[in-house]
Design a protein around this ligand. Structure first.
Ligand SMILES: [Ca+2]
Ligand SMILES: [Ca+2]
Ligand SMILES: [Ca+2]
Length: 866
């Protein structure tokens, strides 16, 4: 599928039309250095063979990325600008609101035509519910693009005053910058402070499935922002040649809005209304953006911000602009106690090749083993300082276990010294979710509840334990179970005795940096188990999850204890009326009780593994975990019917085996072994990547034939591993989903650890170590550590529940670099609201705790190991 060519001595994956030849490249680089200046100017955009408009320093993408629909408006679709390497504008499209929120209506792309002869990209957009089609045509012209909107039929009457052409600009890219509108100056607001108006619900374009992001307190109204400025020519950041964009409307007015007035994750929106009773061309914009002459993106030195163990492979990857000519060498400097920098090693950089939009070279400094502080220098770019030392991995997981996990704990108050992370939330859990409910965040309920509870009825016993799934506040069952499994495996393999958290389940109180003599990992396992047991006791099985009843509660930012009133709902009282423990406000969370066998098996796995971890710590809880798991397994084996109204995703079709295995390990009962062995071989043939880990973990419980048979799969797995370096210079699997891939990298690295433990002659330790280097900064786009607070330079702005404060929760692991088609990997460091790039999730963070312990084990126990 891809063709390898040679370019300037670099192996290159040929996926672009233009490239420089070997002779002109260095010459051009010298010319570029001479001409490089801050003068802004515009140069002609051309349509490249990847289907977007391109010039040095500016790309205009036209629906290269489309709305995926799952999380609605993800701010990664429509017309987008990549301006000097930074994506600064998105969502250029016909929209039905001046500042669309995540759950507002999005158009479907019916057709997209790229015409290299006419130099145009044309899309046909449709709002099916309104029988409304529009065509958006973008044409490269002069030093910019024309954006024209055409209607073949006049705007439906219902949409008059609502439909317009919008283009959204990233607020953080324009913070502390100015604008001119028809030559009137203004400053772009740092904090939203624009005018708004309250309108009756009858005027509102419905949001996703009739839900509302606005808590109107019974007023039947919604808030709409008013424009901050109006005119026909708008220039954003005229003072900054890297960000200056000029939009001229040739027909009708431009309005500038600040979407943050209604939603913290809103953007600056430039908009023209579509006039009523007209056909043909209804919007006509001329957009130009300044570019720096012969701009070359600064090289990015990608390396581990945590540093390196003396015994490990040490390799940095340099990400280079395709117009940049690679230098021959790079150097590693040691920082002396006197503050001097001494060259420790100078070595040739090795070409790797071209990937997406950059060229890559690597720099290997594995030979340096002396403990100390170092930095890498390549040309005039140098990195942050980092250590080489045998102890670098000792505490990299501590903040994840001791800050991040406590802050995610549900149903308890959480403090850290003077700071309160949150009060006790969701004491009013939970009401039975209604039937036929099309909810948000993946929750839905079919025609039956599958329980003895009536829709809306309070279910006792669920207001205990569990964690907020991610940046939101739901009990997401799959991630709860995976977290318990990961933490139990961490305890079984590494016995980390770390104690920096005080946990008092009885009084629902947790204090960070407050040792209580009990291992924190076991206390977290207990907290997870309490919620699982609550579900198993209430329903005899696991349920899909517990989440906010209303969309306006789901988008809550801040202290979770204020999402509901913590009082159990009763219809006897009016909304906002309270009496004792009851309230008339229907704000209690809903339990989505879908009966899904694949999910119940996950819960059984979690409980069976927790049984072993908790033995000797809390024997009665440990025993309860096992007996509940065994009973649930027996019931599940007999009852295979699902009322979950969902065909499980492919990777979820293999969840029984881990349950069989965990029960086998805990009980040694042959019935689990028989069941496991019957399922594992066909599963290995169908989905080796998903099931090779349980297959290897089962080795001690089966004979030598099992091992011999499994070895062939491990050999095959290794071959797949070794192909990874042909895909990217990091030698790891880079995910291409609309959710970035750190989860896959960590999972893969952990699986390789288990494979290495079982088959050290086939699978070396390098894959596992490479995985963690990637998480710590040796990854595309930047070199930031993806674990907040870990490494010299790490994520400080993430999608946690404190994201409105542009802050982080230490120890959280973000999803990482998101693939934006066709060739742009991104992880924003100044904008927390991209969940696909910046949202930390419990199963990933717990898997990371395991991985960090595994890497420490691999490197520090080398002599005993080999
Ligand atoms: Ca969630
Ligand atoms: Ca403790
Ligand atoms: Ca309540």
């Amino acid at each position: 599928m891809v063709q390898i060519v040679r370019w300037f001595g670099i192996k290159r994956v040929e996926d672009r039309g233009t490239y420089l030849n070997a002779i002109s490249a260095p010459l051009l680089a010298i010319v570029a250095m001479v001409l490089l200046s801050n003068t802004s100017f515009s140069q002609k955009l051309h349509l490249n063979d990847l289907g977007y408009f391109e010039t040095r320093g500016l790309n205009v993408l036209v629906f290269s990325n489309q709305y995926t629909g799952y999380f609605f408006d993800e701010k990664t679709a429509g017309i987008e600008l990549i301006h000097h390497g930074v994506r600064t504008a998105t969502n250029g499209a016909v929209r039905l609101r001046s500042t669309p929120e995540q759950w507002d209506a999005i158009p479907t792309v019916v057709d997209r035509k790229v015409d290299s002869v006419k130099n145009t990209v044309e899309v046909l957009l449709r709002y099916k519910d309104y029988d409304f089609d529009s065509r958006v045509v973008v044409t490269a012209v002069d030093e910019g693009v024309m954006v024209d909107v055409y209607l073949d039929k006049p705007l439906p009457e219902k949409l008059a005053g609502d439909a317009g052409f919008n283009l959204e600009f990233l607020p953080s890219a324009y913070f502390e910058k100015t604008y001119l509108i028809d030559e009137s100056p203004g400053i772009l607001p740092l904090y939203p402070a624009g005018p708004t108006v309250l309108k009756p619900d009858s005027l509102k374009i419905p949001q996703y499935a009739g839900h509302s992001t606005f808590d109107d307190r019974g007023r039947h109204a919604y808030v709409d922002p008013l424009p901050v400025a109006v005119g026909s020519t708008l220039i954003l950041a005229p003072e900054d040649p890297e960000r200056r964009v000029e939009i001229q409307s040739l027909d009708g007015q431009l309005m500038l809005f600040d979407g943050r007035n209604v939603a913290q994750n809103g953007w600056f929106v430039v908009r023209s209304l579509i006039p009523s009773n007209r056909t043909g061309k209804v919007v006509e914009w001329h957009l130009t953006a300044s570019t720096l002459k012969n701009w070359i993106r600064k090289p990015v030195i990608e390396f581990s911000q945590v540093g390196y163990h003396p015994l490990q492979e040490k390799k940095a990857v340099f990400e280079l602009d395709q117009n940049d000519a690679p230098l021959k060498t790079a150097s590693l400097y040691q920082v002396t106690p006197q503050g001097e920098s001494v060259v420790k090693l100078t070595a040739d950089v090795k070409p790797w090749g071209h990937l997406f939009r950059y060229n890559y070279v690597t720099f290997d400094f594995s030979s340096v083993k002396d403990s100390g502080l170092y930095f890498i220098k390549y040309g005039d770019v140098k990195t942050d300082a980092f250590p080489i030392d045998a102890h670098v991995y000792d505490d990299v997981w501590h903040q994840t276990l001791d800050v991040w996990f406590p802050a995610q704990m549900d149903h308890v108050e959480v403090k850290d010294a003077y700071k309160v992370w949150h009060g006790v939330p969701f004491l009013d859990d939970a009401r039975q979710a209604p039937v036929n409910e099309e909810h948000f965040d993946g929750y839905r309920m079919g025609p039956v509840t599958g329980t003895r509870y009536k829709p809306g009825e309070h279910i006792p016993g669920l207001n205990v334990g569990g964690w907020f799934d991610a940046g939101d506040f739901d009990i997401d069952e799959p991630s709860q179970c995976e977290t318990i499994l990961n933490l139990s495996a961490t305890w079984e393999n590494f016995r980390p005795n770390l104690d920096e958290t005080y946990v008092d389940e009885q009084h629902r109180y947790v204090d960070i940096h407050d040792p209580d003599g009990k291992p924190d990992v076991l206390q977290q396992i207990v907290h997870g188990v309490l919620q699982q047991l609550g579900q198993q006791k209430a329903f005899g099985r696991a349920i899909f999850g517990i989440t906010q009843a209303h969309l306006y509660e789901y988008n809550h930012l801040g202290d979770a204890s204020t999402i509901t009133d913590n009082l159990i709902y009763t219809p006897r009282l009016k909304p906002y009326e309270t009496e004792g423990d009851s309230s008339g406000t229907p704000d209690d969370r809903w339990a989505f009780t879908n009966d899904m066998p694949w999910l119940n098996y996950l819960s059984i796995s979690a409980l069976a593994s927790a049984n072993r971890a908790l033995k000797g710590y809390d024997d009665s809880l440990a025993n309860e975990c096992l007996s509940v798991a065994e009973e649930s397994w027996d019931r599940q084996q007999e009852d295979t019917a699902s009322t979950g109204d969902e065909t499980p995703a492919f990777f979820r079709q293999f969840t029984e085996m881990p349950a069989d295995l965990q029960l086998l390990i805990s009980t040694k009962d042959k019935k689990y072994a028989d069941r496991f062995e019957r399922l594992i071989w066909p599963a290995l043939d169908r989905a080796m990547d998903y099931v090779i880990e349980p297959a290897v973990l089962a080795l001690p419980y089966f004979g030598s034939d099992y091992k011999t048979r499994l070895e062939a799969y491990v050999e095959k797995y290794k071959k797949e591993n070794d192909k990874l370096f042909t895909n990217n210079p990091y030698g790891i699997p880079i995910g291409m989903r609309p959710w970035a891939g750190d989860e896959e990298v960590i999972r893969w690295a952990v699986t390789n650890y288990y494979l290495h433990e079982a088959f050290p002659k086939i699978i070396g330790p390098e894959y596992t170590i490479r995985g963690i280097d990637y998480i710590f900064g040796c990854h595309p786009y930047s070199n930031i550590s993806f674990v907040s607070g870990v490494g010299t330079h790490s994520k400080k702005i993430i999608y946690g529940n404190n994201r409105a404060d542009f802050s982080f929760i230490a120890g959280g692991v973000v999803p990482g670099v998101l693939m934006l088609r066709p060739d742009f990997l991104e992880n924003k460091e100044d904008w927390p609201f991209f969940w696909g790039e910046n949202e930390c999730v419990i199963n990933i963070c717990s898997d990371y705790i395991f991985l960090a312990n595994a890497v420490g084990d691999l490197l520090n126990n080398v002599p005993s190991r080999r």
